[in-house]
Each structure stands twice: as structure tokens, then as C-alpha cells.
Design a protein around this ligand. Structure first.
Ligand code: UD1
Ligand code: CA
Length: 457
């Protein structure tokens, strides 16, 4: 295969974002924009990926470590200047350089592939990805001659009224023949309205030299939307979100209300699972088949099996096995593993705990730092008292144990298999297997305590 290298321009400050952080680290679809672009160009078949960093460069470089090569553009003197910073690294390479922007996260793998194929097939020195925009304001315009041949690209700030009337824009994405590119770049000047070294000038220069310049039109202009402001970021988010939901639906997942369902591009969902409104699935969340998720469930990095039903729940960094009934109003905190066919419902918090198969945690309990066996019944209001003010201690509850309502289990403590804890107990010592423990003041009834003349008959 021909040598194909991707160069991602990401040195700009992103002034209009009004952010302390580099623009390309802002997330869309749950993933930093630059990462989104990186993944797509890798998937499209580029063998090497280089990112030009500048503003907030160290933070971006740190983020990209082991993911991509980086070069630094210390001063942002324009897109042409940005590409030139890669010359020391790539100057001796031949083949195709795919140049794209870190702030254009919606371009699909398919479009990159088609652009690369078009470049190859036409034997072009450069190929531009173009898009016909309803409102082209702000973008560079693609100027063609009477035969439809691309002649040059003109920036918004440099265009004549006639040129600005063109709706076909430069997406800021190109393929270049590297054997011509580096030389050409040295001839780019900054005699323009912005005083910048424009990469786009290369196009006119190549045409002038009689080289073949091709254009490939994106199938949907929305793919090429650049993110320059928070408003555009929200638009990009919406496009990516809808694309993800469409993919899930095509794969057999039901989405009751796509306008009110938020699934990161990194999440996977099995078929015949139903996503109800208010569902937010983030990070590395994996959901199996035949689940019912929502309404109002947020899950971050959760591994979930098949046939689980969850509503009004927040779970993060945990695992839920198969056939569980969860919610409403449940919070699963990190390092929690919920076994098969477990019932957790109505105002429950579980943290750093393992809950065995078939166990029931039905109401109003806190289970923290605990190992709960299988077939256990935890009565309403039970609390594992895991923190002594300095250290967290573990609670162990054996298989088939029965903990009565409103008990405190003061850790470290073990409740044996098949043991019973009487309601209202505060357990401070281990309870042996198969025994009953009651730890509360014995009930005393004092009859005649209220004198007849103290209340009105
Ligand atoms: C650029 C194109 C314009 C195109 C538009 C598409 C030029 C001169 N213009 O304009 O034709 O329609 O993209 O979105 O290329 N960057 C650097 N270093 C710099 C300047 C920019 O790395 O010195 C990076 C930015 O971080 C960004 C990308 O290059 O990722 C584009 O830069 P930006 O300033 O947004 O260019 P536009 O004005 O949008
Ligand atoms: Ca831009």
C-alpha cells in the first residue's frame, strides 16, 4: 500500500471558545475532538499520525502521548506555517499527506477513505475536500474555472463579492503529494488580509505550475463543520450523538426518544435493549442484550450483562451482571460488582462492594466496603458502618444470611452463612453461621404509665 501519513493541525488557540483549555481537548461525543479525529484517520488507513500542537501544547502533548507523534508550532502564523513544522519529521517521506484539522471532528472514516481514493485515482498533486454550505460565511471558498476545474481557494477576509457568493467551501482537509508539498510551502507568503501563511495558497500555486488539483465533495456538508465556538461545539455534539444513536438503532437497539438520549461514541449496546428517555451512557460503558435502561439512568464506565432493568440510577466504574432489577433511585459507586439476578431498589447506595447472585437489597440501605454473599436478604434501612473516622473497614455477609430491618453492621464484622440478624440490631461482633443475633435493648412495657387525668377523654 502507498505511504499515507495524517497530519492534524491543532495549534490554534481557539479564541472564540473563551476557554482556559486548548480547544482540541474539549469533548464531543464524550471524546476530545483531537482524539475523535485521530481515531477516524487511523481507521481510514493512515499508517502514521502527526499532530501539530501550539497553544496549550504541553497539555495536548501529554494527552496524546503514545497515541500520536507531535510537532510544536511555537507561534501560530497560519495553517501553511503549521504544516511546515512537520517538515523536519516528514520532509524525506514520499506518498500522501492527509492534512486535517483537530477542530473538525465530524468527518467520517468513509469520507476520508473516499478523499484518499480520489487523490490516488486522479493522480493529483493535491486534492481538496469541499462542501456546499447553506451559509458559507467564514470558510475559504473554492473557486473553479468555466470547466469546473479548481483554480484556487480564497479566504473570507480576502474574497471579492463574486468569490464570496460561492457556497462551495474548503473543508480544511486535503491530500498532498509529499514530493511536491514541502518545496511549495517555502514559497507561501503572508501577503493577505490576516498576515498569515495560508496552506490554501498551495492550491493556486500548484494549478499555476500545471499540476493536477482535484476536489472531492463531502456527501453531507455537516461532516465538515468546524468547531470554533461553544455554539458550534453543541451542534457537533448533536450530529455525533444522532449518528451514534442511528448506528445503535440500525444494529437492533430501541431508542424511545433520540432527542433525549445521550450515548458516547465509545459505548456499546447489545440488541433488543431499550433505551428510555433521559439515558446518558458514558465512557467505556458496555451494555448487553435485552436490557431496559432508563428512564433517567446515567452510567459511566459500567460493564453490564444481559436482561438487566434499570431506572433512575447513577452508576460509575462498576459491573452489573445479568438479569438484575435496579432502581428507582440507586447509586452504584466505583468497584462495585452486582451479581446475577440481584434486586436493588428504592434509595440504595452501594460502594466498593461485591454482591452475590440472587441477593435482595430492596430499600433504603448503604452497603459500603462489603462482601455480600448470594441469596442474602438485606432488610430496609440496613447500614454497613464502614468508617470509624480514620479507616474504612470491610463487612462480610455470608450466603443466605438474613439481616433484619434498620440494622447497623459495625465493620470490621462478619455475618455467617444462613445467620439471622434481628431487626434494629447494632452488630459489633461476628455472628456465627446459622445463628440468630439480636443486639438491641429488650422491650419493656410499663402499664398504666399515663394517668387518666393527664389527657382529655
Ligand atoms: C481554514 C482554512 C479555510 C477553511 C477552514 C475550514 C486556511 C488559510 N483557511 O480557515 O479555507 O474553510 O479552515 O475549517 O487554511 N492552525 C494551526 N496553526 C496556525 C493556524 C491554524 O495549527 O497557525 C490550526 C487550527 O488549530 C485549526 C486549523 O489549523 O485546527 C484551522 O485553523 P483556523 O484558524 O480555524 O482556520 P480557519 O480560519 O477556520
Ligand atoms: Ca476553523
Amino acid at each position: 500500500m502507498k505511504n499515507m501519513i495524517a497530519l492534524i493541525l491543532a495549534a490554534g488557540k481557539g479564541t472564540r471558545m473563551k476557554s482556559k483549555f486548548p480547544k482540541v481537548l474539549h469533548k464531543v461525543g464524550g471524546v476530545p475532538m483531537v482524539e475523535q479525529v485521530l481515531r477516524t484517520v487511523k481507521a481510514a488507513g493512515t499508517q502514521r499520525q502527526v499532530v501539530v500542537v501550539g497553544f496549550g501544547g504541553e497539555t495536548v502533548q501529554e494527552y496524546l502521548e503514545h497515541r500520536a507523534e507531535t510537532v510544536v508550532q511555537a507561534q501560530q502564523l497560519g495553517t501553511g506555517h503549521a504544516v511546515m513544522q512537520a517538515e523536519p519529521l516528514l520532509g524525506k517521506e514520499t506518498g500522501t499527506l492527509l492534512v486535517t484539522c483537530g477542530d473538525t471532528p465530524l468527518v467520517t472514516e468513509d469520507t476520508f477513505r473516499k478523499l484518499l481514493a480520489c487523490h490516488e485515482e486522479t493522480g493529483a498533486a493535491a486534492t481538496v475536500l469541499t462542501a456546499v454550505m447553506p451559509d458559507p460565511t467564514g470558510y475559504g471558498r473554492v473557486i473553479r474555472d468555466a470547466n469546473g476545474q479548481v483554480m484556487k481557494i480564497v479566504e473570507q477576509k480576502d474574497g471579492t463579492p463574486d468569490e464570496l457568493a460561492v457556497h462551495e467551501v474548503n473543508a480544511g482537509i486535503y491530500c498532498f503529494d509529499m514530493s511536491l508539498l514541502w518545496d511549495m510551502l517555502h514559497h507561501v507568503n503572508n501577503n493577505n488580509a490576516q498576515g498569515e501563511y495560508y496552506l490554501t495558497d498551495i492550491i493556486g500555486m500548484l494549478v499555476h505550475e500545471g499540476k493536477v488539483v482535484s476536489a472531492f465533495a463531502a456527501p453531507d456538508y455537516r461532516e465538515t463543520l468546524g468547531v470554533n465556538s461553544r455554539m458550534q461545539m453543541a451542534e457537533a455534539e448533536q450530529v455525533l450523538r444522532r449518528r451514534k444513536l442511528d448506528q445503535l438503532m440500525a444494529d437492533g437497539v430501541s431508542v424511545i426518544d433520540p432527542n433525549n438520549t445521550y450515548v458516547d461514541t465509545t459505548v456499546s449496546v447489545g440488541r433488543d435493549t431499550v433505551l428510555y428517555p433521559g439515558t446518558i451512557l458514558e465512557g467505556n460503558t458496555v451494555i448487553g442484550e435485552d436490557c431496559q435502561v432508563g428512564p433517567y439512568v446515567r452510567m459511566t464506565n459500567v460493564a453490564m450483562g444481559d436482561g438487566d432493568h434499570l431506572q433512575f440510577t447513577y452508576a460509575h466504574d462498576c459491573e452489573i451482571k445479568n438479569g438484575c432489577e435496579i432502581g428507582p433511585f440507586v447509586h452504584f459507586r466505583p468497584n462495585t460488582v452486582i451479581g446475577n439476578h440481584v434486586k436493588v431498589g428504592n434509595y440504595m447506595e452501594v460502594k466498593n462492594s461485591h454482591v452475590g447472585d440472587g441477593t435482595k437489597l430492596p430499600h433504603l440501605s448503604y452497603i459500603g466496603d462489603s462482601d455480600v454473599g448470594s441469596g442474602v436478604n438485606i432488610g430496609c434501612g440496613t447500614i454497613t458502618v464502614n468508617y470509624d473516622g480514620k479507616i474504612k473497614h470491610r463487612t462480610t455477609i455470608g450466603d443466605h444470611a438474613f439481616v433484619g430491618c434498620n440494622s447497623n453492621l459495625v465493620a470490621p464484622v462478619t455475618i455467617g452463612d444462613y445467620a439471622y440478624v434481628g431487626a434494629g440490631s447494632t452488630i459489633t461482633k461476628d455472628v456465627p453461621a446459622k445463628s440468630l443475633s439480636i443486639a438491641r435493648a429488650k422491650q419493656r412495657n410499663i402499664e398504666g404509665w399515663v394517668k387518666d387525668d393527664t389527657y382529655k377523654k
